[in-house]
Design a protein around this ligand. Structure first.
Ligand code: HSE
Length: 302
């Protein structure tokens, strides 16, 4: 029996579009045991959205990984999935499948992949590194990828002081739709300014200047001004987060989840937030510092 755990992730953190991402303390867990054919056993809530056979993204990512290392096929497994990560809400659910699949092939075929090799494969599948990098490494990652060249740097210091309050609406926003509304071009001057804001965000993360991190999350010219139209409740949620002491907030990934950053948040403060958001799923999350993990144990029926 192979058990694989992959954290949820939050991409962009405001101006770090397609580059910055963070692993969060919510997980997809895969219990995998050898079987006659491939199957995915899902919780009821996920059944309408996740395929149970070979069109499952976990299987496709595992097979893609196997192919990269010269294997045509993978020994069949039954994969029982426990999923805390809401689907199509901007918390990296598809990246958990990609990274989970890569790890599954790594374990089944004993490939002994280094984290960087996993990241290269994940970027080839996903197209951008911002969700898959933190799902592999844990912590906050800042990455660049142009389809060939890949760089990724990880931050993890003192992240335990922070609480990330995810306010999750009950509707889905598909990444494809949220990307299709972005402009094809940005004027040079705006791009320079947008990159400056992302640079300040990264410097503030490095210096652990959390109030500045919070301010910069709200400053973004790449995607949030366009996407906030897809999230009608964005102004309302922003105001409540601000009124209750958040340092900053942003649209997580392609949305619709909105995340507020809190430093040394007290239990009472967080409980009050729950009361303000009766129509949302509210999660109080910490940074995950481990990234994907796997363990192997004897099968239960042996
Ligand atoms: N950076 C991506 C986006 C994350 O915002 O579209 C979702 O895949």
């Amino acid at each position: 029996m192979i058990t694989i755990r992959v954290p949820a992730t939050s991409a962009n953190l405001g101006p770090g579009f397609d580059s910055i991402g963070m692993a969060l303390s919510q997980y997809v867990t895969l219990h995998c045991e050898p079987a006659g054919e491939w199957s995915f056993v899902l919780q009821k809530k996920d059944q309408p959205f996740i395929p149970e056979g070979k069109s499952n993204l976990i299987y496709k990512s595992a097979l893609f990984t196997a192919n990269q290392y010269g294997y045509d096929q993978l020994p069949a497994h039954k994969v029982t999935m426990t999923n805390e990560v809401p689907i199509a809400r901007g918390l990296g659910s598809s990246s958990t499948a990609v990274v989970g699949g890569i790890e599954l092939a790594n374990q089944i075929l004993s490939l002994r992949l280094a984290e960087r090799e996993k990241l290269k494969i994940a970027c080839t599948i996903e197209g951008h590194p911002d969700n898959v990098a933190p799902a592999i490494y844990g912590g906050i990652t800042v990455s660049s990828y142009d389809g060939v060249n890949l760089e990724s740097v990880r931050f993890s210091k003192e992240l335990e002081q922070l609480t990330w309050v995810a306010v999750i609406p009950d509707y889905h926003v598909e990444t494809e739709e949220a990307r299709s509304i972005l402009p094809a071009q940005l004027p040079y001057k705006d791009a320079v300014h947008a990159s400056g804001m992302a640079n300040v965000l990264v410097a503030a993360l490095a210096e652990k200047d959390w109030p500045l991190v919070g301010r910069m999350m709200k400053e973004d010219k790449w995607h949030q001004p366009y996407r906030s139209g897809l999230i009608p409740d964005f102004p309302h949620v922003s105001k409540i987060l601000e009124d209750n002491g958040s340092l900053g907030h942003y649209i997580s990934g392609a949305g619709p989840t909105m995340i507020g950053l809190f430093h040394h948040a007290g239990e009472r403060q967080l409980a009050a937030l729950n009361d303000h958001f009766p129509n949302y799923q509210v999660e109080f999350l910490k940074a995950d510092l481990s990234g994907v993990s796997a363990s192997v144990s004897p099968a239960l029926n042996q």
